[in-house]
Design a protein around this ligand. Sequence first.
Ligand code: CTP
Length: 405
Amino acid sequence: MDGLENRRIVLGVTGSIAAYKAVEVVRGLLRRGADVRVVMSREAASFVGPMTFGAITGHPVGIEQFPPQGQTGEEHIDLAVWADAIAVVPATANLIGKMAQGLADDLLSTVLLACEAPCAVAPSMNFRMLRHPAVQANLQTLRARGCHVVESAYGPLANGEVGEGRLAEPEHVVQAIARLADPRRDLTGRSVLVTAGPTVEAIDPVRYITNRSSGKMGFAIAQIAAQRGAEVMLIAGPSHLPDPYGVSVERVHSAADMHHAVLRHTDRHDVVIMAAAVADYRPAHRADRKIKKTGTRMTLAMERTTDILTEVSKQRPPVLIGFAVETHDGLAYAREKRVKKNLDMVVYNDVTVEGAGFEVDTNIVTFLHADGREEALPLLPKTEVADRLLDCVTALLRAGRKAPS
Ligand code: CTP
C-alpha cells in the first residue's frame, strides 16, 4: 500500500506546542502500512502523554536513555538499526541545534546520532527563534548533510502572533516521510507532468459551467510519482485539494488556461499523464455583465475547446497517458481514444459504478495498453491506482519508450 507497507519508521517528538500534531502524523504513516516507533524528549511528554503514542503504534514509547526497566542499555542502537527512516516531528530549535552539533544527551538525540537511515526534521517554533542566525545555520548544516527539512509554514503561532515557524501540515509531513521511507526510487531523474481536476468555463461574471471532477485521481498520481523520486509538475483545474508535498503546482481555471500551461511545459517532461476532466465545449461568448433573465427559455451557444491531449500527442513525449471517463459502451470508446490520440495507455473508468469515478477516494479502472493488453483492476484506493499506473510508466520507460521523431 502506497510503498510504506511494513516500512519501519522511528518518529521523534520534541517539546513544542505542535507535539499533538505528531499524533496525526503517526496515524497517517500507520494508514499507509508503516510500522512506527515513537521516541519522545522529556519535554514532549509534558505536551502529549506517551500512552497516546503507545496505544496507536502498539509499541512502547522511548523517553529515557537508561530506563530503570531497561534490558541492555543498548536500546538506542537497536532502534537506530531497526529504522528504515527517522523523522523528528515537531523539531524544536534545541533538538535541531543538538543534531547539528552531534550532541547526544537523551534517548532521542542518541538514536538520531546512531541512525544511518534517511532522516527528516519538521521544525516548529516562534518566528523569532526560526530566523535566528544560529538556528538558520544549524538547519543549513542538517540540509548539507542530507537531512530533509520539512519547511515550516506561515500562519498563526502558539502565542497568537502570525509568522513563519508553524509546523507544516501533518499530511505534508507524512508525504515527506513517505518519500524518505519508500524503498522504490524508480522514477528518480524522470520528470512527470500530470493534469488534474475539472475546468470551469465562464458564462458571465457570476456563472460558469464545470463538471464533477474532484482532482483526487490526478493529485494522487502526482503525489505518488514524487514519492517514487520523480520531479513532478501538476497542472490543476479548480480543486479543494492541497498541493501534494514536493510537487510544483500550477492552478488554472479554464480549458484554454490548461492548454497554455500544458504546452508551456510538455517538451520538458519524460512522462505526461492527462487525468484532468477538461471541458469539451465552452460558452462561445463570455458576457461582461451578469445576464438578466428575459423570456421563459434561454439558449447558450457553445464552441469546442482545443483537445489538449491531441495537441500534446503531436509533440509526443516519451510516455503519454490519457483517461477515458465514460457512462456507457466505455471500453469501446476507450480503445478508440487510445488509437485516435496515439497514447501509450488509456485509463478507463465507468463513473456510473459505485466506488468509481469523481469525488470518491476509490476507483475501478481498466488499463488499456498499446500492445492490446487490457488489465481490469478491482476497487482500489486512488493512491493504489496511482501506484499501479506508475508501475506501467516505469515499465514503459525501462523498455526505452522513445518519442517518434
Ligand atoms: N482531454 C483533453 N482536452 C480536452 C478534452 C479531453 O486533453 N479538451 C483529455 C482528458 O484529459 C483525458 C482524455 O482527453 O485524458 C479523454 O477525455 P474525454 O473527455 O473522456 O474524451 P474525449 O476525447 O473528449 O471524447 P468524448 O468527450 O467524446 O467522450
